[in-house]
Structures are given as C-alpha cells and as structure tokens.
Design a binder for this molecule. Structure first.
Ligand code: SF4
Length: 221
C-alpha cells in the first residue's frame, strides 16, 4: 500500500501523460524493477483507463492505449474472428494475439481504443455475471455482438488452444468451502436454466424477464 500511495502521488504530480508512457512508468522504475507488487501489465493498463475516465484533474492521451488481454478477451476475440487460436498465440505483451487485438481496437476506435475493452471482457464473463461467451456452449441470445459475430470456435475453448498457460501462475488445489460449493451449484443451476430457455427459443424481453425472475427466486438460496 505505501508503494501504491507513493506511485499515485507521482502520477498526480505530473498531470499530463501519454498512455503508453504512463503504463511504462507505473509498471517499472528506471532500473526495470516492478514499482508495486502484483501491479503487472494487465492491472496497470486497467488502472490507466480508470485514471483517464475517473480523475478529471489528469490529462491522459489515450491514442496509444493497449487493452489488457486476459482469457475473457482472448476467447471473445477468437469467437469474433479477430484472432485465430491456431495461429495467434498469446504469451504476453507484443505476442501475435496481443498485436492483432490491439491493432483491431485501434482500427475501430483510433482515438479511443479503450472503448472496446469492457464490452469484450464483460461478454466473456460467467452467466451469473451477465456474460454470454462461455468457454463452451456460448449463449448468443442477448449477446451484444450477436448480429455481427461469425461465432468461430464455439465447439472448443479457444484459450486452451492459444494461450500459454505456462505463463500464468500455478493455482494450488484446495478444498472449496461450503459457501464456494453453494455458489458453484447455483451457477450450474443457472447455466442449466439458460440452456433450457435457449432450447425453447425464448429470447428478447421474455428472456430477460425470465432471467430476472430466476434471480429473484434464487437470490438468497
Ligand atoms: S455472439 Fe455468441 S459466439 Fe459471438 S461473442 Fe457473442 S456469445 Fe460469443
């Protein structure tokens, strides 16, 4: 926390930044050492966007901004045909997939490349969080990109094919708590419910109504 506080003061002191310079500055000091523990490239890019959007006293030139690529963005980008997981591998900044995704968002919104960040990752979230593009069997009903998406690689989990998992931290296995088990069971029930709606061809207003009703009925269970 003290290091984060110190970094925030330095950022505010300068007032005007270029997004690419700010990202470099927040990421590492002049000796190449990380300034704040766990403040890696993805978090730093996200912080830059939030500083731009929320801190009115700062002026950040965002045309050089790069969106933070994670498994959600990677997956949705594959389904949208922006990248091909067989060819465009992701193993960090400037890897083939990173370059293609960044150049795509810049082409669509040259002055505001950060605009596509949220729609992409929020589409890749779990059903309970309002997402649609799941690792398997995406639910295209109600998806923001439904009318333009070529729906590629829907039969596989593209990030398993194209993301270098060796670069992501090893997750230690542990026994889930009863609360975590309950959440997982609820998620599975919800996914099943969504699948049933899909099978019945329910969409649009009725789909949203049924989803809200399900939430109300299962809120405290
Ligand atoms: S339309 Fe379907 S495949 Fe395309 S991004 Fe949305 S959920 Fe994924």
């Amino acid at each position: 926390m003290p290091r984060l506080h110190d970094l925030a003061k330095q950022v505010i002191d300068r007032r005007e930044w270029d997004a690419a310079d700010l990202i470099d500055f927040m990421l590492q000091d002049s000796k190449g050492k990380r300034r704040v523990p766990y403040f890696g490239i993805k978090t730093v890019r996200l912080a830059t966007r939030w500083l731009h959007e929320l801190v009115s006293t700062l002026r950040i030139e965002m045309t050089n901004y790069k969106i933070p690529v994670d498994s959600l963005i990677y997956r949705v980008s594959c389904r949208l045909g922006i990248i091909d997981p067989n060819r465009d591998k992701y193993f960090g900044e400037d890897s083939p997939a990173d370059l293609k995704i960044q150049s795509f968002v810049k082409k669509i919104f040259p002055d505001r490349p950060y605009i596509l960040d949220e729609p992409l990752w929020s589409t890749g979230r779990r059903a309970v969080d309002g997402g649609h593009c799941f690792p398997q069997n995406p639910n295209c009903y109600g998806c923001l990109f439904k009318n333009i998406c070529p729906k590629k690689f829907v039969d596989i989990n593209p990030e398993k094919l194209g993301m270098d998992t060796a670069l992501t931290p090893v997750q230690r296995k542990r026994v889930p708590t009863p609360e975590e088990r309950a959440i997982k069971e609820r998620q599975a029930r919800f996914a099943k419910f969504v699948e049933e709606l899909k099978q019945k061809g329910i969409k649009g207003k009725e789909y949203r109504k049924k989803i809200m009703q399900w939430y109300r009925e299962h809120q405290n269970k």
